[in-house]
Design a protein around this ligand. Structure first.
Ligand code: ZN
Length: 287
């Protein structure tokens, strides 16, 4: 049995560019690190991928990752990279990522190319294990911040898929992974309370009152069955913060949390996020 950490970098269609095959995230780099049963690093994998659908690398992506179109011209085709990754992973491995997004994005990219992804297991989100073990509750933390919190000094640049996979592996070495993997279902249940299931962002408000009076910010469908939910009025929180309960007849109570952020030109941005409560966590896990 081996442990594999995986990280992906991806590009997105430029604004105004047509979205093809409902693919909103095209993978341009895969990095992975393999560890033995003692969490010692034994191998690594890296592939640059020549994008087929969105060859123009968005400026934000280029700034974040340092990856440019020129570099990717030397890259491999996605199906080749996916096949090599499969061969390299072998069988009987735990997959660990620093987020819950990478594996769904990888599966989606494989689906577009009609590549079978049955071999790819669900991953363990190390952010869940890290935050539950460090703070006793889920909180989203950047990989580099987590390393700093554990007193580790990153020497490699961030947002390179292999570097991030390596750092995820080094973080595993600092955590109680036996406990983390064994208790993962319980951890995840706990984390679900602190993790938004759906968000709604509306920009361009000119005053806070308009935000608080905009009932559409509380319009959410049940994430499990899609039923439009009935929301209660906002309850006052600190400053402009508000919370409200929303009900699904099948899955119980959810919570909506509202945050307000100032934006340029004296406008405001509202972000309403939907969270499970203990009741809906139990009900959505059972049916
Ligand atoms: Zn429901």
């Amino acid at each position: 049995m081996t442990y594999i950490t995986l990280d992906l970098e991806w590009n997105q269609p430029a604004p105004g560019c047509e979205v093809l095959h409902q693919l909103t995230t095209e993978i341009i780099q895969i990095g992975a690190v393999k560890m033995n049963e003692h969490f010692e690093v034994i191998d690594q994998f890296k592939a640059d991928i020549r994008p087929r659908f969105y060859p123009e690398i968005k400026r934000e992506v280029q700034q974040l990752t340092g990856i440019c179109s020129q570099q990717l011209e030397q890259g491999m085709e996605f199906p080749t990279a996916a096949e090599q990754l499969h061969q390299w992973c072998g069988e009987n491995f735990f997959l660990i990522t620093w987020s819950h997004e990478d594996v769904p994005v990888l599966r989606k990219n494989m689906a577009v190319y009609q590549i079978n992804s049955d071999w790819l297991p669900d991953s363990y989100d190390l952010q869940v294990i890290y935050s539950l073990q460090q703070f006793g509750k889920y909180q989203q933390t950047a990989l580099f911040k987590a390393m700093a919190q554990l007193g580790m000094e990153p020497e490699l640049t961030a947002h390179d898929a292999l570097h991030d996979a390596m750092y995820t592996a080094l973080l595993c070495q600092q955590l109680d992974m036996q406990q983390g993997l064994q208790s993962y279902d319980a951890y995840r249940k706990e984390a679900a309370k602190g993790r938004a299931i759906a968000t709604k962002v509306i920009e361009g408000y000119t005053c806070i009152e308009d935000i608080h009076q905009d009932d559409s910010l509380r319009d959410f469908c049940c994430p499990k069955c899609g039923t439009p939910m009935k929301a209660e009025p906002w309850q006052k929180g600190k400053g402009a913060k508000r919370t409200a309960h929303a009900f699904c007849p099948n899955h119980g109570t959810f919570e909506i949390r509202l945050r307000v952020q100032p934006r340029p030109h004296n406008t405001l941005r509202a972000r309403a996020a939907l969270y499970c409560t203990e009741e809906s966590t139990n009900k959505t896990q059972n049916n």
